[in-house]
Design a protein around this ligand. Sequence first.
Ligand code: GLU
Length: 479
Amino acid sequence: MSIRTRFAPSPTGFLHVGGLRTALYNYLFAKKHNGQFILRIEDTDQTRIVPGAIENLIETLHWAGIEFDEGPNKGGPYGPYIQSQRLELYRKHAQELIEKGYAYYCFCSPERLEKMREEQIKLKQQPRYDGTCRRLSQEEVKKKLDEGIPKTIRMKIPEWGELTFHDLIRGDVTINFKTLDDQIILKSDGFPTYHLAVVVDDHYMKISHVIRGEEWLPSTPKHILLYEYLNWKKPQFAHLPLLLNPDRTKLSKRQGDVAVEDYRAKGYLPEAIVNFIALLGWNPGDEREFFKLDELINEFSLERVNKAGAIFDIKKLNWMNSHYIKNSDLDRITQLAIPFLKEKGYDVSNFQKVKIIVEAVRTHLEYLAQIVDYVDIFFTEIVEIENGEAREILKLDTSKTVLEKFIQKLQNLDGEIDREKFKQLMKEIQNETSIKGKNLFMPIRIALTGKTHGPELPLLVEYFGKEKIKQRLEKFISL
Ligand code: GLU
């Protein structure tokens, strides 16, 4: 059997981190089995559509490295891949269900349905369609159709009994028909509801595995009934555990960002997000934590997806992101950091210089937007001595000696100073003066930055260059 999975978001705005996980698991499962991963846009609820959302979804998936084989803008043998362009197909099968006796027209007005609902709630009953139109005679139906009364189509749920299906993550799941409503499958505007469209599309797009969030588990029996009514082969189902806040409530915006775009905008790296998200509900079975996308493809299996909800721990994401910031190609991290510096008004015209800054501070960053908190010493023209301790150190005789020697050596140096030459000069000063350790390095650090702590000194020196260093150091020799 060829493996085909799909990610089927509604274009209602941003891509939720839970959506990204669903997309990722579908992608990993398909790729692991040399199958296809399909993107399908579920836009049958026209009231919830947000302009630009489809482009945004595609762009965010691309950013994360999750490429689909078939989908909008890309095409494929079973398109179109946007539900609003497939309406005829849904209508045809809604009609077929009516003809076979598995569905019926419902002429109840929204007002009547609302009133019924309110009464049921008042009586502490589960709100449910009362079956009025299910009981209409053929003549009554024909009469109402002829009168042109607005109508929906509802699927019939068996009146008694239960249905058991196998979920690849949750095992056998049994649902009593009593808990299900005669679901509307075609609305009065001629659009299908999700339940009909999802079954029709998964069938025509030859989806072998439906991997989606747990919130769709209660809908699955309706889908299975539709497969049976239409005499179609069912796909396999796998429902992924919920994502939770650290307090185990359902992941919500109130407790932090939930849009992938928000993380992207703060300077989280795609490989960190993907790595982190992959571990929300899946584990490799051992202690390993770092995985690149191709490694995830190799390792992934639905058997290792948990049933229990997965906690979205931002601290872990930050830790993981900082690992990738530290270990990724410096040119790339510099490119990604530049917009944040630019936005703050820093001069980023000299790439080589900015690269030194990024190298010097990247070990402190959990995400790239934080870079602006660490770089003022590189851009400020005025060095202010931070505290008494720094001032005292500068006043030491050894400090004066070090500063004088260093300036002298700088003057004699051919060409610009870099980190290696700096280390060499400091070794010479140590040999000539026997001053070492803190007493040797601290005066230079304080004279350059005013502070006793900060980025690695050799990088600072390389960044400032001969002229600026001389200017800054000379001020302190006379103290
Ligand atoms: N359109 C549904 C959603 O927005 C897809 C559910 C499914 O995968 O069946 O999540």
